[in-house]
Design a binder for this molecule. Structure first.
Ligand SMILES: [Zn+2]
Length: 536
């Protein structure tokens, strides 16, 4: 008997002793036998890392509607079927646009000296058609406010590689890359404060309207990024180049790549556009400032796919029994940004959802309500997959009518993160507090202890809340997300922490099972706006 099994047995005994007294006070009934089975299967026989490895090493990057995403969907579909789940379906959620795939990137400085350049093309931008060698030029697009500002550059950009942003200032970093949420931080999050709502980061490519005003202070910006790009195209610019941005720690080879939004066949294809490691960008900028002529060699092969403009989610069910028409949902977005293999965002969440379903099926859980898992498409493009699904199954916002499954819906739990689960956001739904307090209790020893009254946004549970259905997202440790992996070229399998994903899968399976066996209705969300943190 391994120590984990011994631990499981001791845990069961402790629970049986304490559950007698708990039953007298707790209103929420917990099936502790089942919780122990979930823990044993999830902690002793976990497959979560194997699942995550396929999703990253084999099927990365899984950019929305790309060939690798579609292959990941088919692979996950086969897994679900092999495990014996029902109604396993790759389901179109609506019109998306063109598929895109980077097939080759080679970037170098060739003059005044040779240097290999760390560089990534932005998704849904054009390739270079062939290998090109061309001089560079600097156009600070942050200082282009109106048509008159463009005149200075007329006739100067033909056949050039255009550096479009200032040098990035790099700083020493004295803080640790990896962090877990401290007790103080969690206590602070769990304390209700009434604050003004702040904007949610949508993850979309930012227009220049959002950029700082630069040196010109109050000068009004009348040019959109699309207009600036059209000017650069007409002037004959070959490739656009910008430095990797993001947190101060996203340097030294870490490059954040904020893809373009997807495009339709009738849209203009954006110019070839590279994000370059900040140190390499800065060196070439300094050489230009010193008066040297910098030349680069660039070869980018990007392929667009127009054979199917729809994108897809994957759905699988563990059927319920006496309440089988009612639906408990768990989900995670399967798509990722283009630069790496989307490990922490969000192969992790996808593997956790798959593993939770595997655990429940393996231990022969018999839920009363049907547990439905979803791997969502195109979250990184604005929660499109989950939003499309909600509109097809639950609520038609155009006709403003509830669809048949709306009244059968119970609750949704989302996983879009990779650290250990520390609690759950109540999303202002205070009636869910006693329910989650009871459900968290068996997981205090695994580090899940906090209920946060506030909201979190920025991911797929919002699609449910938008139409008045209860949707939740867990509080998870940051680990290296904000310092290293958030939409960067280094969001890879090596960043994942096995114990954290095992813990998350066990908790998700238990929450799904508890919801699927609970007596009574789940309290609907309340429209309380009490401050929103993005993910954290
Ligand atoms: Zn995500």
């Amino acid at each position: 008997m391994c120590t984990r099994q011994l631990f499981g047995k001791l845990f069961l005994m402790a629970l049986m002793i304490s559950s007698c007294s708990l039953l007298l006070t707790a209103e929420e009934k917990i099936d502790y036998q089942m919780i122990v089975k979930i823990r044993e299967e999830g902690l002793n026989n976990s497959q979560v890392m194997e699942l995550a490895q396929y999703l990253t090493d084999v099927y990365g990057p899984r950019l929305a509607h790309s060939p690798s995403y579609n292959e990941a969907l088919s692979w996950a579909e086969q897994k679900f079927k092999r495990w014996g789940l029902k109604k396993v379906t790759i389901e179109p959620w609506g019109k998306f646009g063109l598929g895109w795939e980077n097939q080759y990137t080679s970037v170098h400085m060739i003059t005044p000296r040779y240097m290999t350049v760390i560089a990534y093309p932005l998704a849904w931008t054009a390739g270079t058609k062939k290998k090109i060698q061309a001089p560079t030029v600097y156009v600070n697009t942050e200082e282009l406010f109106n048509q008159k500002d463009l005149n200075f550059y007329r006739g100067k950009l033909k056949g050039k590689i255009v550096f479009i942003k200032p040098k990035r200032k790099l700083k020493l970093n004295f803080k640790p890359d990896a962090v877990r949420l401290s007790r103080e931080e969690l206590e602070d999050m769990a304390t209700l404060r009434i604050t003004k709502p702040t904007q949610i980061n949508s993850g979309l490519h930012k227009n220049l309207e959002n950029l700082p005003a630069g040196n010109s202070g109050t000068k009004k910006r009348t040019l959109s990024w699309e207009q600036i790009e059209e000017f650069l195209r007409q002037e004959g610019a070959l490739v656009l180049v910008e430095p990797g941005m993001g947190a101060d720690t996203m340097d030294k080879g870490t490059v954040r790549v904020n893809d373009y939004p997807p495009i339709l066949p009738e849209d203009p294809i954006p110019l070839p556009h590279l994000v370059v490691a900040a140190e390499h960008y800065n060196r070439m900028m300094r050489l230009m400032e010193m008066g040297y002529q910098v030349k680069m060699e660039v070869d980018i092969k990007n392929k667009f796919y127009d054979d199917d403009l729809r994108d897809y989610n994957l759905i699988a069910e563990l059927p319920g029994s006496d309440l089988k028409d009612e639906i408990v949902m768990i989900g995670a977005h399967l798509d990722a940004v283009s630069a790496a293999t989307g490990a922490t965002d969000n192969a992790a969440g996808s593997a956790v959802v798959m593993e939770a379903m595997r655990i429940l099926k393996t231990i022969n859980a018999q839920p009363r309500r049907t547990i439905r898992a979803a791997l969502w498409g195109a979250e990184e493009c604005g929660h499109l997959g989950s939003r499309g699904y909600v509109r097809q199954h639950f609520y038609d916002p155009q006709k403003k009518i509830k669809l048949p499954e709306y009244d059968k819906f119970y609750v949704y739990f989302n996983v879009d993160w990779y650290g250990r689960i520390r609690g759950i956001y109540l999303q202002g739904n205070d009636l869910a507090r006693p329910i989650f307090e009871a459900w968290m209790k068996p997981f205090h020893d695994l580090g899940m202890t906090y209920l946060v009254p506030g909201n979190t946004g920025g991911t797929d549970h919002m699609s449910f809340l938008e139409v008045g259905l209860p949707g939740f997202q867990f509080i998870q440790d940051d680990l290296e997300f904000f310092t290293k992996t958030f939409h960067t070229n280094m969001d890879v399998f090596d960043r994942l922490v096995p114990e954290d994903l095992m813990q998350a899968a066990v908790i998700l399976a238990a929450f799904a099972y508890n919801a699927a066996t609970r007596e009574g209705k789940f309290p609907p969300p309340t429209p309380i706006e009490n401050g929103r943190r993005w993910h954290k």
